[in-house]
Design a protein around this ligand. Sequence first.
Ligand SMILES: Cc1cc2nc3c(=O)[nH]c(=O)nc-3n(C[C@H](O)[C@H](O)[C@H](O)COP(=O)(O)OP(=O)(O)OC[C@H]3O[C@@H](n4cnc5c(N)ncnc54)[C@H](O)[C@@H]3O)c2cc1C
Length: 560
Amino acid sequence: MAEPIDHRLRPAIITVDDDPSVSRAVARDLRREYGAGHRIVRGESGEQTLEAMRELKLRGEQVAVILADYRMPQMNGIEFLEQAMDIFPFAKRVLLTAYADTDAAIAAINVVDVDHYLLKPWDPPEEKLYPVVDDLLDSWNRSDHSAVPETKVIGHRWSSRSFEVRDFLARNRVPYHWYSTGEAEAGRLLEAADLTEDTALPVVVTADGEVLIEPSDAVIAERVGLATNPTEDFYDVIVIGGGPAGLGAAVYAASEGLRTVLIERSATGGQAGQSSRIENYLGFPDGITGTQLAERARRQAMKFGAEVISARDVDAVDVEGAARVVRFVDGGTVSAHTAILATGVTYRQLDAPGLEPLTGRGVFYGAATTETMSCAGEDVYIVGGANSAGQAALHFAMRSRSVTILVRGSSLRASMSSYLVDQIEAKENITVRSGTTVAEAHGNEHLEGITLLDARSGEKESVAAQWLFIFIGAAPRTEWLDEAVLRDDHGFVFAGPDLLTDGRRPRGWRLERDPYHLETSVPGLFVAGDVRAESVKRVASAVGEGAMAVMLVHRYLQKL
Ligand SMILES: Cc1cc2nc3c(=O)[nH]c(=O)nc-3n(C[C@H](O)[C@H](O)[C@H](O)COP(=O)(O)OP(=O)(O)OC[C@H]3O[C@@H](n4cnc5c(N)ncnc54)[C@H](O)[C@@H]3O)c2cc1C
């Protein structure tokens, strides 16, 4: 007799389309490929399918992927996915559209953060449907999709270190549950760990039940299972920085057989990881969130054999004979034939009285996506006129009551891409205040108000504000590099032809050749991405430079 099937071991793939023949065809194609390991659940309306999903939830079953048709009467695919997310937040989401619907779907795509966007018809499924579903299942299987995340963080609502810990976990894709002091559950958890609310917070309780009091990022990383130590003493190439340039370099280096280790001080993704939607990266016509792009790149690098080390900060690269020795701030070294510097840039701090002590307590640099839900229904202020500020404004506008962009210049058009300005102008709850800066921030425990300065009239206005996100340009933090690594006045690293003055090689350069294109003034130390002098500050160029640096590493290694 056949064994009874335990459905809980077979996650479901859901498909909903109001056209029964299409719905049946999708289900048939899915069943053929995935039927053995998955339940295929088919629906012909949003309401009916949501009901079926609620039942699955009640029975403790899991949903891995949801494919929803865009054009459905009563409830379209986007509205359906929005509600489906509340039931199975970790399920991967795919929107099926006809070609003619592309624009409408793209316009609404931000609402549900779809993982993929599939044009109908998808024939042959082997080419158009299965690779997409394979990729999503793979990513779902790798993530912790259990309904109750196991790592717990207990802290004060407005503590900047609590924010940093949550941000660190989120950016490293570690699922966690946040408990704010004052909540009964927070007290219960502290009591269970023999602690009180007087204990130094935040406290992190790992999935294994280990209690960490005020842990550093490195300790958290180690205890939640992120790699924090290189496994070898010597590599072909060390990549410093895990943004697009570093990830690009790691993917190409490892895929070409170089022994590769990437060292990242916080979480892979860099600035791009903070972008709510990158719309101009080649190959993603409907955009991709920075977190998704970073996660895919990290997996790709690891698939090829690169080691990815998190939460380790580099503060020196030394030359010891033919080796390049990378030193960590918290001690220890790792060596290689070559190193690629891909440390990008960091947000500049805004200089106004009151801001510094409130940073992390209502004042944030960058999008701080961990706080998105906390801002729901509230008023948000954003400082900056570049694309990063525009993306954040659109992102927060989805849930916040109002978003006010404060921009020093006379209009956004001078500094922001027009596709973003158009979207901002179309949003009713976004206001742009040009010619305006923040003169002061007020608040005790957390931000309570800001004083705005009108540059034209010189008038000041105080407004109540709990949320201020600042995007005012960025600077490379390269002070730690040896002075032999030549930089411009702002700290950006010179490479290749930029090192030659009237055809003369840089001081101290002893080789019988000019520095290669992305080689710094230290032979065997290369640079890629935003940290390079004169670089184009874009994801695509950073990835491209990462790949190109690897090609030059090969050339360097051949001549060793
Ligand atoms: C909010 C936002 C939205 C954006 N949107 C877009 C967009 O839509 N399209 C686009 O093309 N570009 C966009 N950009 C710009 C793009 O993200 C950057 O050009 C790109 O990320 C640069 O990549 P990078 O690898 O050179 O540097 P970064 O992304 O800055 O990454 C550098 C990495 O190095 C790490 N690091 C730094 N110092 C050390 C050290 N000493 N030791 C170890 N690790 C270190 C950092 O933690 C970081 O992870 C956006 C930027 C932001 C901030």
